[in-house]
Design a protein. Structure first.
Length: 353
């Protein structure tokens, strides 16, 4: 319920009419009614907007650019998207110059631009490239970049990426930014305490969780375990960026080690009873998605991957009625996860009953 919930058009209009003398004609359709009704509508809309203004003024209920403005009061800035990078191999006539900024796309119209100029030699040339727009959509698999028809370079026979593009990260979401803001204002931060190390780590795009272990290897040592937005170990380049950033801001004398979280693979196998004629591949994809969603709820800290919760995730999957013979990492027991570990989806082997 909001503060001005009761200020509806009907309530406002009744209140306005009640202030007039009872010997006046106030029935619907009367001159007085028709004069006051539009005013009541405008007042009601004003109260709605006043409620909206209240929501936008508090970090818990605001969003988008208004959340950006709110967290900026504490010196926090939303982390921008990062572009995926990789290499494009062009095939064309000998000596063809392929300039910096040559555009290629996938079948789904995800665009990439070369970041260096190259010349075809012995039939091909390979150029570094990045996604035209930042975000995880640019993390495409090998051989998915195939279109060069939007390029202005004539003579290119074909172009493709022989390896995956990686490193693309979405812009920080409202939920993650709000959580970071809440942590900043609720947890005491002083020069060089564990909370500040965790905050410094999370200032780097691609880091969602950071756990600090003071004195982990004796006096003067600090260890940071970092987790990315996908609840996995970040790329080494991101870990290196965190380490470099902390070297710039840490107190003098601290010996800091930054490592990615250790990934514990969770392999799942079961016999599924489907509720229709869905093929094994479709059901497997759904089971993998639901189990992975459960595993992404884990952050660092001693926790347990529960066998029963894996079963619940399978039952929540599309077109699944029941299952038998469920094994998790080859057994039927819970899996203990240590403080510097996170569970990640491994193999999912599904048999249709």
């Amino acid at each position: 319920m909001t503060i001005f919930d009761g200020e509806t058009y009907e309530t406002i209009l009744d209140r306005m009419l009640s202030r007039l003398s009872s010997d006046l004609d106030k029935r619907e359709g009367s001159v007085i009614f028709d004069l006051l009704a539009p005013v009541a509508i405008e007042f009601a809309q004003t109260y709605i907007e006043m409620d909206n203004v209240l929501d936008l003024g508090f970090a818990e209920s605001t969003y988008g650019e208004y959340l950006d403005r709110k967290v900026l009061e504490q010196g926090l800035v939303r982390k921008e998207a990062i572009k995926a990078t990789g290499k494009i191999t062009f095939v064309g006539p000998e000596g063809l110059d392929i300039p910096l900024g040559t555009r290629v796309t996938t079948e789904d119209d995800i665009s990439f631009l070369t970041t260096e100029s190259v010349t075809v030699n012995n039939g091909s040339a390979t150029a570094a490239a990045e996604a035209e727009v930042g975000g995880s959509d640019g993390n495409v698999g090998a051989d998915t970049i195939t279109n060069t028809d939007v390029s202005e370079v004539e003579g290119i026979i074909s172009a493709t990426n022989k390896d995956d593009f990686s490193g693309g990260v979405d812009e920080e979401s409202d939920e993650t930014l709000y959580a970071r803001y809440l942590e900043f204002v609720q947890r005491p931060i002083t020069s060089g305490n564990k909370y500040q190390y965790e905050l410094w780590a999370k200032e780097i795009q691609g880091i969602a969780v950071a756990t600090c272990y003071p004195l982990w290897n004796g006096p003067g040592t600090v260890k940071l375990v970092v987790v990315n937005d996908e609840n996995r170990s970040p790329a080494q380049s991101v870990i290196d960026e965190v380490a470099a950033h902390i070297e710039e801001v840490r107190p003098v004398g601290a010996d800091v080690t930054v490592v990615g979280v250790t990934e514990i693979t969770i392999d799942v196998a079961a016999t599924i009873t489907p509720n229709d004629s869905s093929d094994t591949s479709t059901i497997r994809d759904s089971v993998m998605e639901h189990v992975e969603t459960y595993l992404k709820t884990f952050t660092t800290g001693n926790q347990i991957v529960r066998y029963s919760q894996i079963g619940n995730a399978i039952l929540d999957s599309d077109n699944v009625i029941d299952f038998t013979g469920l094994t998790v990492n080859g057994g039927t027991a819970n899996i203990a996860i240590e403080a510097d570990q996170v569970p990640v989806i491994g193999s999912v082997n599904i048999t249709i009953n």
